[in-house]
Design a protein around this ligand. Sequence first.
Ligand SMILES: [Mg+2]
Length: 326
Amino acid sequence: MRASDIGEFNLIDILRRLLGKGGGDLVCGAGDDAALFRGRDGGLWAYTTDAMVEGVHFDLSYTSWHSLGYRALAVNLSDLASMGGYGTSYALVALGLRGDVEVEAVEEMYRGMLECGEAFSCRVAGGDIVRSPGGLFVSVSLVGALEGDRYLARGNARPGELILATGFLGDSRLGMLWLAGGGDAAHPCALRHLYPRPRREEGRLALQLGATAAIDVSDGLLRDLGHICEESGVGAEIHLDDIPVSREARELAAALGTDPLQAALHGGEDYELLLTAAEDASEEMAERLPASVIGKVTEGSGVTVLDREGKRVEVSRSGYEHFGEE
Ligand SMILES: [Mg+2]
């Protein structure tokens, strides 16, 4: 059996069975945005890794080296943010390079990484470089100290809670389509794609205000909310009209002849947070965070999408899956 026959998520399930759950100092094992372990000082540390591969996660014809470095760090910091924020963090970077790559390009990538690290409390502490005869890859591993003893886990959502999303969804996908078509990198949606903002402060505040579960939107709203449902053993209902879509995304979608909601539901790479919380806490979160309520957690399983009249909408295309065909 090949990886592409079963898809990325089924392969992850197989590996999770081999790895087992946490235990001992490993407070949260495979299956969340980051693993958590308890340090000798008693504090919680989050540990995560994410790789970006040329031709799969980025295209150098419209991604600058600077933004590549920035994104490689940002997508990892986003995973720490979705555990409930972090104090400070340290990164190791593994690079796979072709021999003909310009040294200045690699320096520029590191400048992007350092800019992101400076903005979001992360120090690049070292790494490894190997030769890659195929495409370029950048793999970042990150360790960060959580600030308290609590964290946001994918498995903590309970029926009756509300679901919130920070910021706007769909900008990144539309920005990528715009860039791929030769559009200018200064468009707000292009910037959202090239320079995603890890929601560190928002993750921290959400945890303080009583959020229960969280995930960052890397694979698309439907797929990522689906992960919360699976891990929590619950279902979810979301309202199409309540999905936060920016004015820039609506305008760009119109110009590209596409539906901004499709980009929001399936696009991914927005690195916003999906959060769940009891009603009271949700109201406070909606007031104090740049976040809006998009639906609620239900009994059952899977994500149901409802239109303005409360009728179920069939959603055709699933989010991006790495090995399988769509
Ligand atoms: Mg994640």
